[in-house]
Design a protein around this ligand. Structure first.
Ligand code: ADP
Length: 657
């Protein structure tokens, strides 16, 4: 897992196990197989076998080439920082621990001659069970798949990607032949322990006489990784990746990370470079952010916040286990790195820090997250984020376009949950338009500004894709009459549109509904059939189609197509119906109205045919084919075989002379 933004789901539970369960127990639960237990003699060195999956993973890590392999240090530092956070948190309420006065810092020692690097923290330390359960096994089951998948590509793997996937500690095997962990847990009756492995197949654990609380991890560096025993190199890496770690990091005697909590500085005292660097630190992203927002509030609730919008939506954005990226601090003291409820769901892509003095430090996570302080902070931050987005939309169209492309879908989904901010949000949602090229998005406001005189409704069509929308026959009328139609092509649109009945008092109308108030342009070159012919062909359609349709009507909207299906009195839009069917296979849509284009040559032929040979089966087949063709176009055709069979018959008839 990403160690910095890593899921601290288990922060509090971890903490409890760490504190209460330090006695070595439950080896069977560890997932590591004990190989030999020399029982009689102490101090014993026990050997354990890694599980098969872990072995594979280690094999990949050890035998691959990497770019950015220096991130191993970020991973180790952030583990040290997590461990320090845990003990600092515990000591807020009690000092009954090993070494209560130990300096809360991280120290790195380098030995060029021995080619080693060691990193020490006075954190919570590890029990034997921790060594077995947390160090001996892969954190998440998907990790191996992911790493294997990445490995398939040519060339070196990007270690920055690996860093995001739960193999933090093991990434050190990219640069080390063997790794030794010396540790002692904070619990008073803990013992010193040493874990050691070359990553090939097994590890050992033995007791030591370590007296200090915390952990020292020593890397015996690979022959060709001597650079990581160089002071300048290590300092450079720390400045790059770990400058904002909450605890001092010493390389030898020198403190390297000297950056204060950035969010406590005034806006004018923060450089762009610091912002970018800080963003990379809180987000584990390697790109610069799309934008940022700094908020200082003093009043009924007081807090400082520095938030960022990433440039790209992470793949996991829509997964259930998506990790929130807000780091919560209480008066500069780190509390947790995945605070929920500080922002609405739709803003979960935002990364950053919230620091407040108004929270008691030692209450449980759940209580904290439901506190009125959280609610107040959320309300203020949400307002500020919306204001920022509004500004982007007005003044920085490129930036806003990137935002809409990456996060627009998530943002739209917020319309159905964040009622408080609906009005502001509606101004910020974007759609494709029938008068703009694919990919260009417009707002409802822009649509309304461009509306033609006399137009009383906002027209939209829901479609699977831009291409499907462009080919929808129901749009022909609008194209021919220069009427703009919003093309709603994102899956989320089907869900939000019913919730926006009106915008600026104008009704949103699907172009598929039958009761559109449209007037056909009088076309001189085409000629409509007589009233009598119209009546009799409509009746023929109705008698052939029977209860397959709600009604058959002469169409005002078709220009090039012969027939189309539109939504009748009780029906729903076809795209919406498709969504319903996807969710419920027994869902039966309402019947539709078939509209026919009386000026179309095919209909004219049918009229003529009917006049000369009333009982020609060709008429009935063609009528059925027109219906099913329209069904095929709107995705509701249920019997494609029948459709093809009839088409073949019609082709035979057409080719016969
Ligand atoms: P992650 O940090 O993403 O959980 P790691 O493989 O880096 O994954 O670490 C696994 C676990 O080992 C940590 O969650 C923590 O419980 C424990 N651990 C690692 N390093 C330390 C340390 N320096 N002090 C205490 N515990 C540690």
């Amino acid at each position: 897992m990403e160690p910095i933004v890593r899921p601290l789901i288990a922060f509090y539970t971890d903490f409890n196990t760490d504190m209460s369960d330090s006695k070595p127990t439950a080896k069977d639960k560890s997932g590591s197989k004990k190989v030999s237990t020399p029982e009689a003699q102490a101090p014993a060195v026990e050997t354990f076998e890694f599980r098969a999956e872990m072995k594979q993973l280690l094999h990949l890590i050890i035998h691959s080439l990497y770019t950015h392999e220096e991130i191993f240090l970020r991973e180790l530092i952030s583990n040290g920082s997590d461990a320090l956070n845990k003990i600092r948190f515990r000591m807020l309420t009690e000092r009954n621990v090993v070494d209560p006065d130990a300096a809360q810092q991280i120290t790195i020692q380098l030995d060029k001659d021995a080619n080693t690097l060691s990193i020490t923290d006075a954190g919570v330390g590890m029990s034997r069970e921790d060594l077995l359960k947390r160090i001996g096994t892969v954190a998440s089951s998907g990790t191996l798949d992911f790493v294997t998948e990445m490995k398939k590509g040519d060339g070196p793997m990007d270690a920055q990607l690996i860093g995001q996937f739960g193999v933090g500690f093991y990434s050190a095997f990219m640069v080390a032949d063997t790794i030794t962990i010396d540790t002692r847990h904070a619990e008073l009756d803990s013992v010193g322990l040493r874990w050691k492995s070359d990553g090939s197949g097994s590890f050992t654990i033995e007791e030591t006489d370590r007296t200090e609380r915390g952990t020292t991890i020593t890397l015996a560096l690979k022959e060709d990784k001597k650079e990581f025993a160089e002071t300048w190199r290590i300092q450079q890496i720390i400045k790059k990746y770990s400058n904002f770690v909450d605890f001092p990091i010493f390389v030898g005697e020198e403190e390297v990370n000297t950056v204060d909590a950035l969010w406590h500085k005034s806006k004018s005292n923060i450089t762009d470079e610091q912002l970018n660097e800080f963003y990379k630190f809180v987000s584990n992203d390697w790109e610069e952010p799309l934008g940022h927002l700094q908020v200082n509030v003093e009043g009924r609730v007081s807090f400082k916040s520095l938030l960022f919008v990433p440039k790209k939506a992470p793949k996991s954005l829509y997964h259930d286990d998506f990790q929130f990226g807000i780091h919560l601090y209480s008066s500069k003291v780190f509390i947790q790195d995945d605070a929920k409820n500080l922002l609405p769901e739709w803003a979960r892509f935002i990364k950053g820090v919230v620091d407040t003095e108004d929270l008691p430090l030692n209450v449980s996570r759940e209580v904290t997250q439901n506190s009125p302080v959280f609610a107040k902070i959320r309300q203020i931050l949400t307002g500020k984020i919306l204001t920022m987005l509004k500004e982007w939309s007005v003044e920085e169209s490129d930036r806003f376009a990137t935002f809409s492309k990456e996060f627009g879908m998530l943002f739209k989904s917020g319309l159905s949950s964040d009622f408080e901010n609906r009005d502001a949000m509606i101004e910020l949602i974007r759609f494709e338009s029938s008068v703009k090229e694919a990919g260009k998005l417009i707002s409802l406001e822009q649509y309304v500004d461009r509306m033609k005189e006399g137009q009383k409704e906002i027209y939209f069509v829901l479609a699977e894709s831009r291409k499907a929308a462009d080919m929808n026959p129901n749009l022909e009328y609008f194209a021919a009459n220069d009427l703009e139609v919003l093309l709603m092509t994102e899956p989320v649109d089907s869900f939000i549109v019913p919730g926006i009945p009106k915008y600026k008092d104008l009704e949103l109308k699907s172009v598929e509904t039958a009761d559109l108030d449209i007037k056909k342009k009088s076309s001189k070159d085409k000629k409509a059939p007589s009233k009598k012919d119209t009546k009799s062909i409509l009746e023929r359609f109705k008698s052939v189609l029977g209860d397959k349709v709600e009604d058959v009507k002469a169409s005002e909207r078709l220009v090039d197509s012969a027939a189309t299906l539109v939504v009748g009195k009780s029906g729903m839009d076809s795209q919406m119906e498709r969504m319903m069917k996807m969710m419920d296979e027994n869902f039966e849509g309402a019947k539709k109205v078939l509209e026919i284009n009386l000026e179309h040559p095919l209909i004219a032929n049918l009229i003529a045919l009917q006049a000369s040979a009333d009982n020609d089966v060709l008429i009935d087949s063609t009528i059925l084919q027109l219906l099913e063709g329209a069904q095929l176009a709107d995705g509701s055709l249920t019997s494609p075989r029948e459709f093809v069979r009839r088409m073949t018959e019609l082709m035979i008839a057409a080719t016969k002379n």
